[in-house]
Design a protein around this ligand. Structure first.
Ligand code: ZN
Length: 91
């Protein structure tokens, strides 16, 4: 068992950013179903599924093109990165 898999099974694993680590499981594609990530909350059994292929993502049953998801998710992720940089620069 890899270290990542061992860590996946434990709840409430602290990260250096003061949040709990997500628990991430991957399943290879099979038949019509593409490969999937199952991502579980670090503190409870809440979860989301991401099915993916070279052109699209389906996140918890919501299907869209990669470009469509990029328009929504990248600015959100970059915003956090920007805030972290600002905080680091103040210290
Ligand atoms: Zn939770």
């Amino acid at each position: 068992m890899t270290a990542r898999k061992q860590r996946n099974r434990k709840l409430v694993q602290n990260r250096s950013d003061d949040y709990w680590d997500l628990r991430i499981y991957h399943r290879a594609g099979k038949g019509k179903r593409g490969p999937r990530y199952l991502i579980k909350c670090g503190c409870c059994e809440n979860e989301l599924e991401i099915y993916y292929d070279s052109e699209s993502l389906e996140i918890n049953g919501v299907m869209a093109s990669l470009d469509n998801w990029r328009e929504i998710l990248l600015p959100l992720l970059q915003e956090k990165q920007r805030r972290r940089l600002i905080t680091m620069n103040r210290q």
